[in-house]
Design a protein around this ligand. Structure first.
Ligand code: AHR
Length: 512
């Protein structure tokens, strides 16, 4: 009998996952987590701009300011959106900005050839976008047309938006359009996906085109320099990064882009809400590849720029699934579940931990497209689980990153494994420390023991985003199914913090 009990005891100990351990190096902070890592992306695609941000300045049913939805502005202000990339995406390399300024009734219409051939009436253009950024308190990031534009067109855009009043025909035009003073536009992209929809260029060719365009991008004021971002690699195209670092002179760029989507299979992406654990696992595997991508692209940049003066801007990232049934296939409208919350939390932890090189990232896309933080339907608005993760992680904006050493259990599915626990930490300007933790495991809660080095915390508080089903989401009928809740189960002793993270959940703790 004793033997049987012993065997049962041994078996059950074996079944229990070992405890995950994290070392929080509270005294080793060096690099700042640039708040622009929490950036967003808005393209003239589907209902991101029209119906998402902009409902028209004559709209009588939805409250707006100059056509921009006030409910959206209010929600995004809470998110503290630091930077917003516009007008694309693939759309950017077809966009001629001069079509989108001046009296609306005189603006030409065109077909949006990338996204469903729908009519683009140019009613939302440069003035509307830049005024909206001011309303939001976000910095604009303009994506210039290099694929089908000209250096002159891009140079004129810079004059129109940033040069002092009265300095050129472009600034006279701006004044005539109701805006005498320049906006602040620091971030400029030179083309988008130059290897694909931006012109199908080879990188050796694009490097030359880049140099040509960059030459004519001048500011009037050197102390308020432009920040130039080259169209970067797709996923693991390390050759692209190598050639740009080699061929573009250091004084001609500030950052290289990088695009990576978490797609199960481009020809069979799967439903955004009705997915299996296998599909979840594959999505997460793709998402967590970000760790390797950022490390390897950064290592290439290190060869040319060991001091990390040049940055990586992951200016498109997120989950990509099949569109919602019954919606236009070209509009990329998808729901957003706990899978997306886990994806966002883990990815943002990766960016935080690489903040010495990653200075900007832009989730694709902000409203009604791909991994959106907001969904709209006429006058209704829903905040997605991804919104809540972004809001919970606000505490990391411009805080000092504290390195964490994570030793994680494996989330096992079939023959494949992923690390269950993904974490990052920072210390804010008021001295509070925040640690964000994600349990990727779809089934097992994970016990985590955090060893604290170099600090003596007295209190811990926290918030959790969790739900009883991975496939749960917020809908127009049930918009608050998934919202952050207080998390009171973390136990703090002098140098240790213990907690258990439920499956597919995100927690942010505050230590003081
Ligand atoms: O975000 C949707 C599209 O994905 C963008 O327009 C393009 O840059 C990328 O391929």
């Amino acid at each position: 009998m004793r033997k049987i009990l012993l065997l049962i005891g041994l078996a059950s100990t074996k079944l229990l996952p070992a405890q995950n351990t994290i070392v929080l190096n509270a005294d080793k902070g060096k690099d700042i987590i640039d708040k622009n890592i929490y950036g967003h992306f808005a393209e003239h695609l589907g209902r991101c701009i029209y119906g998402g941000f902009y409902v028209g300045d004559t709209n009588k049913t939805i409250p707006h300011k100059d056509g921009v939805r006030l409910d959206v502005i209010e929600a995004l202000k809470k998110l503290k959106v630091p930077v917003l990339r516009w007008p694309g995406g693939c759309f950017a390399d077809t966009y001629h900005w001069k079509d989108g300024v001046g009296p609306k009734k005189e603006r030409p219409s065109m077909l949006n050839v990338w996204w469903g051939n729908v009519k683009e009436d140019n009613s939302f253009g440069t003035n509307e976008f830049l005024n909206m950024c001011e309303l939001l308190g976000a910095e604009p990031y303009l994506s210039g047309n290099v694929g089908s534009g000209t250096p002159q067109e891009l140079s004129d855009w810079i004059k129109y938006t940033t040069h002092p009043n009265g300095s050129s025909p472009m600034t006279d035009w701006r004044q005539k359009n109701g805006r005498p003073n320049p906006w602040k536009v620091k971030f400029w992209g030179l083309g988008n996906e130059a290897w694909g929809c931006g012109g199908n260029m080879k990188v050796e060719y694009y490097a030359n085109v880049y140099r040509q365009y960059a030459t004519f991008m001048t500011n009037w004021n050197n102390s308020d320099r432009l920040y130039r971002i080259a169209s970067g690699a797709s996923d693991a195209d390390y050759h692209w990064t190598e050639i740009l670092m080699k061929e573009v002179p250091a004084n001609m760029f500030d950052a290289l882009g990088l695009h990576h989507y978490s797609v199960i299979n481009w020809s069979k992406k799967g439903s955004a809400t009705n997915f299996s654990e296998e599909e979840y696992f594959t999505t997460m595997k793709r998402a967590l590849q970000m760790e390797e991508l950022v490390s390897k692209h950064s290592a290439i940049m290190d060869k040319y720029d060991p001091q990390k003066k040049k940055h990586l801007a992951v200016d498109e990232w997120g989950g990509w699934y099949d569109v919602e049934p019954g919606t236009n296939g070209a509009f990329l409208y998808q729901q957003n579940t706990m899978r997306d919350a886990v994806l966002a939390g883990a990815t943002l932890n990766i960016f935080n931990n690489h903040c010495d090189r990653v200075k900007m990232a832009n989730l694709a896309q902000i409203i009604n497209v791909l991994q959106a933080v907001i969904l709209t339907k006429e006058e209704k608005l829903v905040l997605t689980p991804t919104y809540h993760v972004m809001e919970m992680y606000n505490v990391h904006h411009d805080a000092t990153m504290l390195p964490v050493d994570v030793s994680s259990n494996k989330y096992i599915l079939g023959k494949d494994t992923l690390s269950s626990i993904w974490a990052s930490a920072s210390k804010d300007k008021n001295g509070a420390t925040h640690i964000s933790l994600v349990n990727v495991d779809a089934k097992q809660p994970q016990a985590v023991s955090i060893n604290i080095n170099g600090a003596n915390y007295k209190t811990v508080s926290g918030r959790i985003l969790t739900s009883d089903k991975l496939q749960n989401y917020n809908s127009f009928e049930s918009p608050a199914k998934i919202v952050p809740a207080a998390f009171t189960k973390a136990q703090l002793t002098t140098s240790k913090l213990n907690l258990t993270i439920p499956p597919f959940s995100v927690i942010v703790l505050e230590l003081k």
